[in-house]
Design a binder for this molecule. Structure first.
Ligand code: PNW
Length: 450
C-alpha cells in the first residue's frame, strides 16, 4: 500500500484551547458548555489539549507514531471571529505554522473546514444553519482558507458529520443549538449541503489544485433477519444515515426513500442546485464507529438499543446482539460491519475513492495505568484495520487512507473529558502527552502495511 495515507484525526474545539487568544471569537460550543446540564461536569474546551500552544509537541508525537497524514480542523471563529468579515491574521498565522511544521515532517495535512464550532454570532444573530444566508457566509470563509492555505494544503473536507449537526443539534437537541424539531434537521442539513457545494465550486475555480470531499458518519446496519422487510429496513437506515448527505453530493438529490417518507419537511433542490451538488466531491470520507441490527418490526429477543431517533420517518428498529463486545461509549465492536459498510459504499457510489476519516475506540481508563495499558483499543485497531484491508484486497474497495480518531485524549463534546479515544494520554494535571499501548500498536499496523 505505497501511497496509502495512514493518519490520525482531531478537531479544533476538542484540542486547541486558547479560546480567548489570537483574536478568536466565540463558537456555539463555547456558549453551549456554559449552560448547566448540557455537558458532563460542565467541562469546556477553554484549555483542551492546549494545542494552540503545544502543536509542535503534537507534531513530534505524530512523527514518532509514523503517520504520513494528519486530519485537523480549522476553527471558523479563529479565522472570522463573528463568522463574517475580514480574515483575522493571528488565526491564519496559527494554521500557517501548523501546516508548515507538518510538511517539514513529511506529514500530509488533511483539513476540515467545519467541525461544529460555528461562530456564535452567526447562531445568535442570524439563526445559524436554519438561515439560507449561511451558504454565502460559509463559502466566504472557505474561500479565505483556500486562498491562505491552498498553496500547501491539497486535501480538503468541507463538513465533518453534517448528520450530527442536523440530528443532534436540531433534532434531539443534545448538541448546539439545542433545538428539538422533526423538520429543522432537514433544513439545517439542506443548507450544509448547499454550503458544501458552493465551497467545492469555489475550490475548483481557484487554481490551487488538490481534492475536496465531505466526512459523513455512518454506523453499519445489518438486517436482523433474512426477511425482505428487514433487509429493506437496513437499507433504508443506511440511506437515511450515509445517503442523506452523500447521495446529494454524488447524484444531486436525496435518496428516494427519504423523499417519500419525509415529504414536505425535506426541502427540494432547484435544478441548478442539483447540478451544483452533483459530483461536488472528489472523494468520500467515512467516519465509522459501530454496527447495529435493523428490523422492520420491534425485535423480540435482541436487546433493544434505542430506535435511532426520527424513527417515525425511517420506520426502523435498532438492536444489538448481547454477545457483541462493547466499548466504553458504549458502542458495539463489530469489525465485520466495517467491511460490509465499505462494500455498501463502493456499490452505491461506484468510482469514488474513500478515505476513512475517523475510526476509533472509547475505552474506560479510570487512571493512568489503565490508560497506558489500553488493550481493548489495541485489539480494536488491529481488527478494524484488518477488516478494512480485507475490503481493499478481497473486495476491491478503493480505500485511500485511514485516520484513527484520535491522536490524543480530548474534549469529547457532551461527555466532557470523561470519554477517552486517544492513542496518547494527556495528563489532566499538566497536559503532558504520554503514548498508550495503542500508540505502539497503531505504529506496528502502519509499519507492517508498508
Ligand atoms: C464523532 N453519535 O462524533 C466526531 O467527528 C468526533 O469529533 C468525536 O470525537 C468522535 O466521533 C467520537 O465521538 C460523533 O451520537 C458524536 O452518533 C456522536 C455521534 C457520532 C459521532
Amino acid at each position: 500500500m505505497k501511497h496509502f495515507l495512514w493518519g490520525t484525526a482531531t478537531a479544533a474545539y476538542q484540542i486547541e484551547g486558547g479560546v480567548s487568544e489570537g483574536g478568536r471569537g466565540w463558537s456555539v460550543w463555547d456558549a453551549f458548555c456554559r449552560i448547566p446540564g448540557r455537558v458532563k461536569g460542565m467541562a469546556d474546551g477553554d484549555v483542551g489539549c492546549d494545542s494552540f500552544h503545544r502543536f509542535a509537541e503534537d507534531v513530534k508525537m505524530m512523527k514518532l507514531l509514523g503517520v504520513n497524514a494528519y486530519r485537523f480542523s480549522i476553527s471558523w471563529p479563529r479565522i472570522q471571529p463573528t463568522g463574517r468579515g475580514e480574515a483575522n491574521p493571528a488565526g491564519i498565522a496559527y494554521y500557517d505554522r501548523l501546516i508548515d511544521l507538518l510538511l517539514e515532517n513529511g506529514i500530509t495535512p488533511f483539513v476540515t473546514l467545519y467541525h461544529w464550532d460555528l461562530p456564535l454570532d452567526l447562531q445568535m444573530a442570524h439563526d445559524g444553519w436554519l438561515n439560507p444566508e449561511i451558504v454565502r457566509d460559509f463559502s466566504r470563509y472557505a474561500k479565505i482558507c483556500f486562498d491562505a492555505f491552498g498553496d500547501r494544503v491539497k486535501h480538503w473536507i468541507t463538513f465533518n458529520e453534517p448528520w450530527c449537526v442536523a440530528r443532534l443539534g436540531h433534532g434531539s437537541g443534545c448538541f448546539p443549538p439545542g433545538r428539538v424539531s422533526d423538520s429543522e434537521p432537514y433544513s439545517a442539513g439542506h443548507h450544509m449541503l448547499l454550503a458544501h457545494a458552493h465551497a467545492a465550486r469555489l475550490f475548483r475555480e481557484g487554481s490551487g489544485g488538490g481534492v475536496i470531499g465531505i466526512a459523513n458518519n455512518c454506523d453499519f446496519r445489518e438486517p436482523l433477519t433474512d426477511s425482505p422487510e428487514d433487509r429493506e429496513a437496513a437499507q433504508r437506515s443506511l440511506e437515511f444515515f450515509y445517503g442523506w448527505f452523500t447521495d446529494p453530493v454524488v447524484f444531486g438529490d436525496y435518496p428516494r426513500c427519504m423523499r417519500e417518507r419525509v415529504g414536505s419537511r425535506l426541502p427540494e433542490f432547484t435544478t441548478s442546485e442539483q447540478a451544483l451538488l452533483k459530483g461536488s466531491c472528489d472523494f468520500l470520507g467515512l467516519n465509522h464507529y459501530t454496527t447495529l441490527y435493523a428490523s422492520a418490526t420491534p425485535p423480540a429477543e435482541q436487546s433493544a438499543d434505542g430506535n435511532g431517533g426520527m424513527n417515525a420517518d425511517q420506520e426502523v428498529y435498532l438492536s444489538a446482539d448481547p454477545a457483541w463486545e462493547q466499548n466504553d461509549m458504549p458502542w458495539n465492536i463489530v469489525p465485520w460491519g466495517f467491511r460490509k459498510l465499505l462494500n455498501w459504499i463502493a456499490a452505491r457510489y461506484p468510482g469514488y475513492a474513500v478515505y476513512v476519516t475517523e475510526n476509533g475506540c472509547t475505552c474506560a481508563e479510570p487512571d493512568a495505568a489503565a490508560a497506558l495499558n489500553d488493550e481493548q483499543r489495541c485489539r480494536f485497531l488491529r481488527d478494524y484495520t484488518a477488516a478494512m484491508q480485507t475490503a481493499i484486497d478481497e473486495d476491491g474497495v478503493d480505500v485511500r487512507g485511514y485516520f484513527c480518531w484520535t491522536l490524543m485524549d480530548n474534549f469529547e463534546w457532551v461527555h466532557g473529558y470523561g470519554k477517552r479515544l486517544g492513542l496518547i494520554r494527556v495528563s489532566p494535571d499538566n497536559l503532558e502527552r504520554v503514548p498508550k499501548a495503542s500508540f505502539y500498536a497503531y505504529r506496528e499496523i502502519i509499519r507492517n502495511s508498508r
